[in-house]
Design a protein around this ligand. Structure first.
Ligand SMILES: Nc1ncnc2c1ncn2[C@@H]1O[C@H](COP(=O)(O)OP(=O)(O)O)[C@@H](O)[C@H]1O
Ligand SMILES: [Mg+2]
Length: 267
């Protein structure tokens, strides 16, 4: 039996900031349809790895390959909007919503990456009926997504007025509006109360199944990581120190040491 082809493959990815090697020759894969964890103490390089994959940082060396609906592409050094067009969407460790826009407007923004008409055409509907129709579709789809994420009651509420857990879900809705085949979640449970993070577990699985996604997840909450991830990669000081299924990672002495050594500085 051959292993399923990976949806994402990093080969010897390195990024340096001055003298600091934030990610050091990282090689890892995410299988298609997998829910995969990337963990490690604060400063391990997890978000930097996400920033490299999604085009926010250019790696100093190494390669990022993505297999999306249109086949395998070398996306190394793609700018963020090209990465998004290729089918990867992300959320941010520090929520980045348009704070003064409504929940609906935030989700609609996500869809504009895939828009065929120019953004201004829908404002002159008699001249560009196609664009106006497309705008209606985008709105209808955004409303559907808000429903799927349990956010319908916030449709017209300003993003900044939403409770924290709802803001995190709104970021996921906006990411889904770009129609990704791959979703990267940077600490989705951060700031959630225990009940919200417990709900998040089932929710992430449902997202994967309903939207046919591969998911790569950075998370500090070990209940979430161990509960939902099928495979886990562990970074410490930019370097991969272990990978394996949750049971193996939980018992791995290198992982335990990496976390215990950093516990006092961990947020
Ligand atoms: N743009 C940047 N410029 C300089 N240093 C950075 C930058 N981004 C991240 N770093 C540094 O890289 C290291 C890894 O950070 P990060 O990837 O955010 O870790 P994690 O997400 O695992 O907590 C940290 O020491 C951080 O200060
Ligand atoms: Mg981080």
């Amino acid at each position: 039996m051959t292993a399923p082809s990976p949806a994402l493959e990093l080969s010897s990815v390195t990024i340096r900031f001055g003298g600091l090697v934030a990610v050091n020759s990282l090689s890892m894969t995410v299988p298609e349809g997998g829910i995969i964890g990337l963990i490690g103490p604060n400063g391990a390089g997890k978000t930097s790895a996400f920033n490299i994959i999604t085009g926010f940082y250019k790696p100093s060396s190494g390669r990022v390959e993505f297999r999306g609906p249109r086949g395998k592409t070398d996306i190394t050094g793609y700018p963020p909007h090209k990465v998004c067009e290729a089918g990867l969407a992300r959320t941010f460790q520090n929520i980045r919503l348009f704070r003064n826009e409504t929940a609906l407007e935030n989700v609609m923004t996500g869809a504009y990456v895939r828009q065929r008409g120019r953004w201004w055409q829908h404002m002159i509907p008699f001249a560009f009926p196609g664009a106006a129709r497309e705008e209606d579709e985008i709105r209808a789809n955004a409303i559907r997504l808000l429903g799927r994420l349990g956010l319908e009651r916030y449709t017209d509420a300003t993003a900044s007025s939403l409770p924290y857990g709802a803001q995190r879900r709104l970021e996921i809705a906006r990411a889904l509006a770009t129609r990704p085949s791959f979703l990267l979640l940077d600490e989705p449970a951060a700031g959630m109360n225990p009940q919200e993070s417990a709900e998040l577990l089932g929710f992430i699985r449902k997202l994967r199944d309903d939207f046919n996604l591969s998911i790569l997840l950075i998370e500090h909450d070990m209940k979430v990581v161990m509960g939902v991830c099928e495979h886990i990669w562990v970074l410490d000081q930019g370097t991969l120190i272990a990978d394996g299924p949750p049971e193996a990672i939980r018992a791995d002495h290198r992982v335990i040491e990496a976390y215990l050594g950093k516990e006092t500085t961990d947020a």
